[in-house]
Write a protein that binds this ligand. Structure first.
Ligand code: PEP
Ligand code: MN
Length: 357
């Protein structure tokens, strides 16, 4: 059954779309962007940052309450739904007073259970949808914790927003997507709509299209994309904002693939391949189980003969030889290394239990 959630994809499978400036700057800026958006794309919700959490002090930290008034005027003038980021109870109170339709919790707040709880307490008894961005660090439990706090406040309509994860060092992304984390969230919360924010993942205009396509292919329900009529002169996040016209062309180029299979022949082929894959997965796991049994026997001998668990040379030779086999099988070195590491970690865990028996 198709969920009736506000955030679901449209019937033509186009994504639920939230767009607007990183920050509200002036009433004219807000109205101009909102007008260009409504004239060019199928906009579901207008976003605008009112209070901006900036990494360093002395940069533009948002207009505050005045901007909420402009947002309300724009909403009324163009009959739009609006969303803003709230980071404390005062923000919630002001956003509600100014008829904001949806609230979102930013990455820097999700990371802090005190902040999330303060927002949740301010939301008790209020009927408003809330979107929860992932925490800046790749911690799924923290993301789930924030969702639970908002759920426990009685909020019915909740969505998650994937905006990538902060990592030290140089990367193509401003925030690494680490898609496996939102996918795991999707597996745990089957009905939770998940939107993607390619602007903060990419941190640059050129990455918005490929990240959005990837999100749709991974069956995300919607996109939150920052837009500005004059991106180069935006007061925050200038490098990643695009004009509503560029947004229109990006959306037009997105390939919408439906996860529902209508054709019987395709469906049969899918079933056949999936059965084979399932049976292979099963035998891979059985083999790994058998490997672990051998590992335990080896552990018994190590314990008896007082041999340490870790044998670095042996492990090195395993890694080297499997890299060659992996290359022949066209498996990436990264995959081979992660796969072997996972097996090695489990083997060491098993042998440690044997050693301590
Ligand atoms: C934003 O959406 O402008 C924002 C501050 O995002 P995040 O919380 O993802 O950094
Ligand atoms: Mn931003």
């Amino acid at each position: 059954m198709e969920s009736k959630s506000l955030f679901k994809r449209h019937l033509d499978h186009s994504p639920f779309l939230i767009s607007g400036p990183c920050s509200a700057e002036t009433p004219e800026q807000l109205l101009k962007i909102a007008t260009d958006l409504t004239n060019n794309v199928k906009l579901d919700v207008l976003r605008a940052g009112i209070w901006k959490p900036r990494t360093r002090p002395n940069s533009f930290e948002g207009i505050g309450e005045d901007a909420l008034k402009w947002l309300l005027e724009t909403k009324k003038e163009l009959s739009l739904n609006t969303t803003v980021e709230v980071a404390n109870s005062k923000h919630v109170e002001l956003a509600l007073k100014h008829e904001v339709d949806i609230l979102w919790i930013g990455a820097r707040s999700t990371v802090n259970p005190f902040s999330v709880q303060e927002i949740a307490d301010a939301l008790k008894g209020v009927d408003i949808p809330v979107m929860i961005k992932n925490p800046i660090n790749p911690d799924l439990q923290l993301w789930i914790g924030a969702i639970e706090r908002i759920e426990q406040a009685g909020i019915k309509e909740i969505a998650a927003i994937h905006r990538g994860f902060s990592a030290y060092g140089i990367s193509n992304y401003r925030n690494k997507p680490m898609w496996e984390i939102p996918i795991e969230l999707k597996r745990i919360y089957r009905d939770l709509p998940i939107l993607c924010d390619p602007s903060h993942i990419g941190g640059n205009r050129d990455l918005i299209q490929p990240i959005s396509q990837k999100a749709l292919d991974l069956t995300f329900d919607g996109l939150m994309i920052e837009s500005h009529h004059d991106p180069d002169h935006a007061w925050s996040d200038a490098q990643q904002q695009i004009t509503p016209f560029v947004l229109k062309s990006i959306l037009n180029d997105l390939v919408i693939r439906s996860s529902k299979i209508h054709n019987d022949e395709v469906l049969l082929k899918f079933q056949e391949l999936r059965l084979k894959i399932d049976s292979l997965d099963e035998s891979i796991l059985e083999r790994i189980g058998q490997r672990m049994d051998l590992i335990e026997s080896l552990g018994e001998i190590k314990r008896e003969k007082q041999i340490p668990i870790l044998q670095v040379e042996r492990w090195n030779s395993i890694v080297n030889s499997y890299n060659e086999i992996g290359a022949d099988l066209k498996l990436s070195e990264k995959f081979i290394s992660e796969f072997l590491n996972a097996i090695h970690t489990e083997s060491i865990r098993k042998q440690t239990i044997v050693m301590n028996r």
